[in-house]
Design a protein. Structure first.
Length: 401
């Protein structure tokens, strides 16, 4: 009868029940997980010494072991333990404290959590009360993960923690959460709605980027900052209420939110950054408060449904191509605080017919209104002003106020 050592025996059993090659098993163990029969050594038949050479036939309980008897488990924090059962798809975390961040593999140039060998089998995650944080890249790219409830007591969610979880439809976040890292939900294309916790102060960059099914988001009053690309390419997002406490909105924050029809920018925001609403083709109503002092390049580029915009006197600078491609915009009044009209600022605004330009504007770029036919726009302003010179030089109408 063939006799085997303890190591060979376990490798044979694991290969049989998991249908995995020795190469994959070795890699999994090397990345921090362990594989066992789910029962420890307490259930080894009486009289069997695993340190001795043992005939397989003399351990019937192990020889008859099936996939359902196996579990995968290991440590994922100083006081946290994880286990996974492939027959249910449930990954359970027990214990308390902070979860470890994913380890970075320099050879493969990617991040690994201990359960990375089973990432595509995880359908649900159970997290314990007493847990305080979710690590960076914890569940990144788990394609079958459909829902997650984060327990009360968790204060932080690491960057990319649930990024690219393309089946994730629902996540419940407790109010104890005060920080959510950038890209935490980036690419969650099935996520339809989310209520952010009341304690959150910042919406970090790329937080919901490419969440193409996201139709609504509730931003709490305590948020002060919305980061770059935070909601970029959320193509189903129809309405956003930015709370009064927000003072800054990063560049491209709502880039290509094609279904967004209206947005309220609160008093206190001092600038509308580069490309913030670029490509919001359905946006037809936007109110700019008088706290805003600058409108960045491409801020409203290709907002094709925008029919009118009121630029407050507080604005001193309007960037290049700020309103380029606003095909439904019919009139605009430049405030006295603006001193120049930059390159392509209102280019390809094919419906634009009335523009009021104050004396404060001393220079107007030749391409500022590129794409408008001669005679299509009537400029209003003072006699002998930059507006009159521009109109006459480019074949537009001019009416002196």
């Amino acid at each position: 009868m063939k006799r085997v050592t303890k190591t060979v025996l376990w490798k044979q059993l694991l290969c049989l029940t998991l249908a995995m090659t020795m190469l994959i098993l070795t890699a999994c163990v090397a990345k921090g997980g362990t594989v066992s029969d789910g029962q420890g050594t307490d259930n080894v038949p009486a009289g069997v010494d695993l340190n001795e050479d043992i005939p397989v036939a003399e351990i019937p309980e192990l020889a008859e072991s099936t996939r359902s008897d196996l579990s995968y488990n290991g440590s994922c924090g100083k006081r946290l333990h994880w286990s996974f059962r492939p027959e249910t798809g449930v990954l359970s975390v027990t214990g308390s404290g902070a979860m470890d961040d994913a380890a970075y593999d320099r050879d493969d140039m990617c991040f690994f959590m201990p359960w990375h060998c089973f990432y595509d089998q995880i359908t649900a995650v159970e997290l314990p009360e007493g847990m305080t944080s979710i690590g960076k890249y914890a569940f990144y790219g788990c394609p079958a993960l459909a829902s997650v409830t984060v327990p009360e007591g968790v204060t932080g969610i690491g960057q990319c923690a649930f990024g690219e979880c393309t089946a994730l439809e629902c996540i419940i976040l407790p109010d104890s959460v005060t920080t959510i890292g950038h890209d935490a939900f980036c690419g969650c294309t099935a996520l339809t709605g989310v209520i952010l916790p009341k304690g959150l102060k910042r919406i970090e960059e790329n937080l919901f980027e490419k969440c193409s099914a996201l139709t609504s988001v509730t931003i709490p009053d305590g948020v002060k900052h919305i980061g770059d690309f935070a909601f970029a390419w959320c193509s189903a997002l129809t309405d956003v209420n930015i709370p009064a406490g927000v003072t800054s909105v990063g560049q491209n924050a709502f880039l290509d939110c094609g279904a967004l029809t209206s947005v309220t920018i609160p008093q206190g925001v001092d600038s509308i950054g580069e490309g913030v609403f670029m490509g919001c083709k359905a946006l037809n109503d936007v109110a700019i408060p008088d706290s805003v002092t600058s409108i960045g390049d491409y801020a409203f580029t290709d907002c094709r449904s925008l029919t009118s915009v009121t630029i407050p006197d507080s604005v001193t600078g309007i960037g290049d191509m700020a309103f380029h491609g606003c095909r439904s915009l019919t009139s605009v009044t430049i405030p006295d605080s603006v001193t120049g009209i930059g390159s392509s600022m209102f280019s390809n605004c094919s419906a634009l017919v009335d523009v009021t330009v104050p004396d404060s504007v001393l220079a107007m770029e030749a391409l500022g209104f590129e794409g408008s036919e001669q005679g299509a726009i009537t400029f209003h302003g003072a006699s002998d002003s930059a507006a009159q010179s521009f109109a006459e030089e480019n074949g537009f109408n001019f009416v002196a106020d």
